[in-house]
Design a protein around this ligand. Structure first.
Ligand code: ADP
Ligand code: MG
Length: 424
């Protein structure tokens, strides 16, 4: 006989390790619980990147004293009751796994005062078992302390990252939640130093701007029950894209990539998508980082439309406005004559000669000299030169025709190409 059932103690540790892999995972779960409890202020404190100590303190509803011992049981939750609730999740948590998992792989103290009570309760846990419990004088809210995470799970302990790495992960995480929850005050203290202090704001825009320390443009669109809000940095910087679906920061790769293409690689872009809960399945991943979105293509189309509208601006910009760049993809140069590029939803064929002619015209405003000084068709140009030409073209006053009135480009709507091939 070689096969036997694993002891429950081993099973517990394995599954706890699935939910919580690092101090940042721990902070994430505790933070989400604080937000679910309707807190307006959440303070996170860590020592040694959270490896030694994590404390998340909030001013939410608190835990009912009779629930104190229940919250650390596996699959114990106050957030859903039935299968049908799964279709309509409005909270971050609902699986009832986090406190159970964390308490199993650490020494933990939970302190909480329910909003209708005069007194709080304090409970100490060791590897998931209640070690002590007593009344505690405290403000309404909850404070969870986690000491020596993974002290009893050496495999996980061994693979923890360096203190700096863990601390940065935690800081990034808090900023993420701060972006989607402008009205909540977030604080991060690390080794006694205040690293983040993000005061509450009424408007998302203020929160986005203070979090990144830059100015942002805002666009929004509402169709049916779908609301999209996009913030794009005014400045060009190293681009990053953050996507929130119903306030949950998600790693939906295809959506992020779609936004990145639409906005270009030099912008910080924060996109908030608010859709009815039944259109999202957050239950595909234990950590809920990935979500499934129904009708994703429709949503992409709406986002695409927003950016396209924005792209049409530069056509009417006056000359003294700073240059405007729209993201494009250079696909190649054909016969040393045609420059191929994808811009928005179109495939563009530029005539290299006419394009460069238009460019010199914009510079000199003289049709005769521009024709002579420009790049002739048939002359080999580098990809870089081709990109420069397109970039310059985007800021032309007249993007349609060359100084002699010949069209500069021919374009195809990519959707039409797909349609003729029988797709979509
Ligand atoms: P879930 O969040 O999926 O319900 P958790 O294990 O994270 O599962 O938490 C279990 C329960 O403990 C929650 O459903 C909630 O009722 C309670 N709880 C946990 N943290 C807090 C908090 N900070 N404030 C109020 N209640 C909390
Ligand atoms: Mg939770």
């Amino acid at each position: 006989m070689y096969v036997h059932m694993l002891p429950s103690e081993v099973i517990e540790k394995i599954s706890a390790g699935e939910v919580i892999e690092s101090p940042a995972d721990c902070v994430k779960e505790l933070l989400e619980n604080s937000l679910d409890a309707g807190s307006s202020r959440v303070e996170v404190e860590v020592l040694h990147g959270g490896k030694k100590y994590i404390c998340v303190k909030d001013n939410g509803t608190g835990i009912h004293r009779e629930d104190m011992e229940k919250v650390i049981l596996r699959w114990a939750t106050s957030k859903i009751r039935s299968m049908s609730d799964l279709m309509n999740i409005q909270s971050f948590g609902f699986r009832g796994e986090a406190l159970h998992a964390i308490s199993n792989v650490s020494r933990m103290v939970i302190r909480s005062r329910f909003f209708q009570d005069e007194l709080g309760v304090e409970m100490g846990l060791e590897g998931g078992k209640v070690a002590w419990k007593r009344d505690a004088g405290m403000q309404v809210g909850t404070c969870v302390e986690v000491y020596s995470l993974f002290y009893n799970l050496p495999v996980r302990l061994k693979f923890l990252k360096k203190e700096d790495t863990e601390r940065n992960k935690i800081s990034r995480l808090i900023k993420e939640y701060a972006l989607s929850q402008p009205k909540v005050h977030f604080i991060l203290v690390s080794n006694g130093r205040k690293l983040l202090d993000l005061p509450p704001f009424e408007e998302r825009k203020d929160r986005v701007e203070t979090t990144f320390g830059m100015k942002f443009d805002r666009m929004d669109l509402s169709v049916d029950n779908i609301n999209i809000e996009v913030y794009t940095s005014v400045e060009n910087v190293r681009g990053e894209v953050h996507v929130f679906v119903n306030s949950r920061c998600v790693q939906n790769r295809s959506l992020v990539e779609y936004v990145r293409r639409a906005v270009g690689y030099k912008k910080v872009c924060v996109l908030f998508l608010d859709i009815p809960p039944y259109m999202v399945d957050a239950n595909v991943h234990p950590k809920k980082r990935e979500v499934k979105i129904y009708k994703e293509s429709k949503i992409k189309e709406l986002i695409g439309r927003m950016f396209k509208k924005r792209e049409s601006y530069p056509f009417f910009l006056s000359q003294n406005t700073p240059p405007y760049t729209v993201h494009f993809e250079l696909l190649g140069i054909l016969d040393n004559t045609l420059i191929l590029a994808k811009i928005g939803e179109y495939l563009y064929f530029f005539d290299q000669h006419l394009l460069s002619e238009r460019l010199s015209f914009e510079r000199t405003h003289n049709a005769e000299s521009s024709c002579r000084s420009s790049i002739k068709a048939g002359k080999e140009i580098s990809e870089y030169e081709a990109q420069e030409l397109i970039r310059a073209w985007m800021n032309f006053e007249n993007r349609e025709v060359c100084p002699h009135g010949r069209p500069i480009y021919y374009r195809l709507y990519i959707g039409d190409v797909y349609r003729s091939l029988g797709r979509r």
